[in-house]
Ligand binder design. Structure first.
Ligand SMILES: CC(C)(COP(=O)(O)OP(=O)(O)OC[C@H]1O[C@@H](n2cnc3c(N)ncnc32)[C@H](O)[C@@H]1OP(=O)(O)O)[C@@H](O)C(=O)NCCC(=O)NCCS
Length: 231
């Protein structure tokens, strides 16, 4: 998750509209409207333009959590965890100082994802209360469109209950089936032991330290790089 995308390495460069594989449940969203998308022609078969496909990502859920695109109205909940110094300790952004700053961040860095060629970022919602408790998203996509970089953040009150492991599993499955990814990448600072453990639990391969360039401030940092092959 990020106020700004975690990585400015690459943006989406291929076609996301690869459809589901034979025999698999289709992830096509039901709303096929392309109104207002005249610059971006809909696909003849699916009715989706590439940008609408990125915008209308499927809702993902299990018994406890629901993943749906980040909304402007998430600002208060995002401020709660984004202003927590322990939550943002290993992240390239934050802490947020005001709700206004969060609103601007949502507007600038989350709601514009499809226009940047990236899938809409998912907010994680705790179903029991409807509270937005974090994000789990593809913050970057490789030039060839075959690989997505995953990121996540969670409200500290919900840590260590397996929530991000579950959310990331759902996101990875969506990346494979809806976006047609054959590889998922995950990068974290070396000190972030929880992120390393999640990568391990999800079956990623640890490929060691790599220099990572962030979009915000163009700063670079050595990060542990993990890859998950989906083929
Ligand atoms: C990283 C983060 C998203 C994890 O969310 P979560 O829902 O608590 O993660 P899970 O419960 O699914 O898994 C966490 C695992 O890390 C382990 N863990 C947590 N803190 C740890 C630590 N300091 N050292 C070692 N392992 C740790 C947990 O025990 C758990 O492993 P287990 O299931 O084997 O017990 C959350 O801690 C967070 O928001 N951190 C701040 C933002 C961040 O660092 N994002 C990642 C950027 S790459």
């Amino acid at each position: 998750m990020s106020k700004a995308p975690l990585s400015g390495r690459r943006r989406y460069g291929g076609t996301a509209d690869k459809g589901s594989r034979p025999g698999e449940e289709s992830y096509l969203p039901k709303n096929t409207s392309t109104a207002g998308e005249s610059a971006d022609s809909p696909d003849a078969t699916t009715g989706y333009s590439p940008i609408n496909r990125l915008r209308n990502v499927p809702i993902l859920e299990d018994d406890l959590i629901l993943l749906r695109p980040v909304k402007a109205s998430d600002a208060d909940d995002m401020f709660e965890y984004g202003s927590d110094i322990k939550v943002v300790k290993y992240l390239p952004w934050g802490p947020y100082r005001s709700i206004e700053e969060v609103r601007e961040g949502i507007e600038k860095f989350f709601l514009t994802r499809p226009e940047q060629g990236l899938p809409a970022a998912y907010a994680i919602v705790w179903k029991q209360t409807g509270k937005m408790i974090g994000t789990c998203d593809f913050h970057s996509v490789s030039e060839d469109g075959n690989s997505g970089g995953i990121g996540f953040v969670l409200n500290r009150g919900f840590w260590n209950q397996g929530i991000i492991t579950k959310a990331a599993k759902m996101l990875i499955d969506m990346g494979r089936r809806y976006l047609g990814f054959s590889k998922i990448t995950l990068d974290h600072v070396p000190a972030n032991a929880a992120a390393a453990r999640i990568a391990e639990k999800l079956g990623f391969r640890n490929l060691g330290l790599r220099e990572h360039r962030f979009m915000v401030g163009q700063k670079t940092e050595q990060m542990v790089h993990h890859e998950l092959n989906l083929t």
